[in-house]
Design a protein around this ligand. Structure first.
Ligand SMILES: Nc1ncnc2c1ncn2[C@@H]1O[C@H](COP(=O)(O)OP(=O)(O)OP(=O)(O)O)[C@@H](O)[C@H]1O
Ligand SMILES: [Mg+2]
Length: 396
């Protein structure tokens, strides 16, 4: 083997390739330029392939790319050596290089064939683009379905919350109504008896007794006012409804509202040009508006703006009191309509204002809505069914 190699690499009796070309310069230099160009190009290709595999390690069969690189490198070397053998007859070394090139070429070719069916099964760029578009559409559909689901569960949670709230108020209303009703009966008896005593004592008893009696009668009046608000919440207040223009009542009440608030509070009336016909008990409606205005005033502290608004929307008349005061945190808003719920100090609030508003709206076939943001303000809307005309049908 060694002797064979020695024999192979021995260039003693050989002449360089240039002799075959008779050292004709045009032949020699054309060969040199062609082989040099091929060799340099071949050497640059493995570098480009190396960069590709390095940057994209995820490419399938990247070992095949390395095989190509080796094969092209070997081919390039044979071209460089062809230039060498023009002047140096090292045909043995050239043969060794060619053998190595052949081995790499055969190995690459053998490895390449089994890959062809796999490579053919790869999706084409247009198939990939179509699959991608399909996937994007599916993701969009799924996102839309998820959004709808989220919206629906938020809506359901809100509806459940409202149902719980109205069930709670209904239960409290029944209890309050029962208590207020019995209390009212007792108060009526007390008032009647005190009035009888007052008549009998007139001119007889001393001033001290008469003063005590009048204090007792005053307290009984206050108690009657409280039971009346409790009855209003329980929707058991005796109403005297008639067709009214809510807008007109509000503008007539202007001076009363101005008296109810402080001087540094600005009151704005935002009323529509046409009538807002509703079927309500005027007295209770005025009470409700006053309760809302006083709440707004209390929320404003020093300075601020209260807007009394009325407008028509669909089959309803909206009557709103808006303030830019403290607003209500969630836990207050959730309980604001409960009778006797107050955040005010003892003596400042009985917690019956909003319950009267709630009871009045319900008993008038309407509802109440509160929107409040802590630090920004509150808007309470009384939503009442709109009636067709202002005068009662029988009056028309
Ligand atoms: N406009 C508002 N801004 C901020 N909080 C409010 C507003 N209106 C009502 N509230 C809150 O709701 C609670 C209940 O109000 P509600 O009118 O029923 O009772 P009150 O004002 O405390 O007492 P009352 O009206 O019987 O004198 C208030 O104590 C307050 O905390
Ligand atoms: Mg109040």
């Amino acid at each position: 083997m060694l002797a064979y190699l020695e024999q192979l690499l021995n260039a003693d009796s050989l002449s360089p390739h240039g002799i075959c070309l008779l050292w004709r310069p045009e032949l020699i230099w054309t060969h040199v330029i062609a082989d040099l160009s091929i060799g340099l190009s071949y050497f640059s290709i493995p570098v480009a392939l190396g960069v590709l595999v390095w940057k994209r390690p995820d490419i399938s069969f990247n070992w095949m790319i390395w095989c190509f690189a080796a094969f092209i490198l070997a081919c390039g070397t044979t071209h460089f050596f062809a230039i060498w053998t023009l002047w140096h007859p090292d045909y043995g070394v050239e043969a060794v290089i060619k053998i190595v090139t052949a081995a790499v070429s055969i190995a690459t070719a053998i490895a390449l064939w089994p890959l062809i069916p796999k490579a053919l099964s790869w999706p084409s760029p247009s198939q990939l683009a179509a699959a991608n578009a399909e996937l994007t559409a599916l993701i969009k559909q799924r996102d839309e379905a998820l959004d709808a689901l989220r919206r629906e569960s938020a809506e359901r949670a809100r509806a459940e919350d409202m149902l719980r709230q109205s069930q709670k108020l209904e239960a409290i209303g029944q209890l309050t109504g029962g208590i207020a009703h019995d209390f009212n009966n007792l108060l009526t008896v007390m008032n009647m008896n005190m009035e009888r005593i007052e008549t009998k004592l007139r001119g007889h008893a001393d001033a001290g007794i008469r003063k005590s009696l009048s204090n007792a009668m005053l307290a009984a009046d206050k108690a009657a006012a409280i039971t009346s608000r409790m009855l209003a919440f329980a929707r058991k207040e005796r109403l005297d409804p008639a067709h009214h223009d809510a807008r007109q009542i509000m503008s007539e009440l202007g001076p009363l509202f101005h008296n109810a608030v402080q001087e540094d509070h600005e009151i704005v009336f935002d009323l529509p040009p046409g009538p807002c016909p509703v079927h309500i008990d005027r007295q209770q409606f005025e009470n409700a508006l006053l309760n809302l205005t006083i709440n707004a005033r209390d929320a404003l502290g020093g300075g601020g703006r209260i807007v009394l608004r009325a407008y028509l929307r669909g089959d309803h008349v909206y009557v709103e009191v808006e303030d830019n005061g403290d607003g209500m945190p969630d836990h207050v808003r959730a309980r604001a309509f409960e009778p006797f719920f107050t955040t005010k100090t003892v003596g400042k609030g009985s917690g019956l204002g909003l319950s009267q508003v709630y009871g009045f709206a319900q008993q008038s076939g309407g509802s109440v809505d509160v929107r409040s943001t802590p630090g920004e303000g509150t808007t309470v809307s009384i939503i009442l069914p709109k009636v067709q005309r202002l005068s009662e049908p029988h009056e028309a």
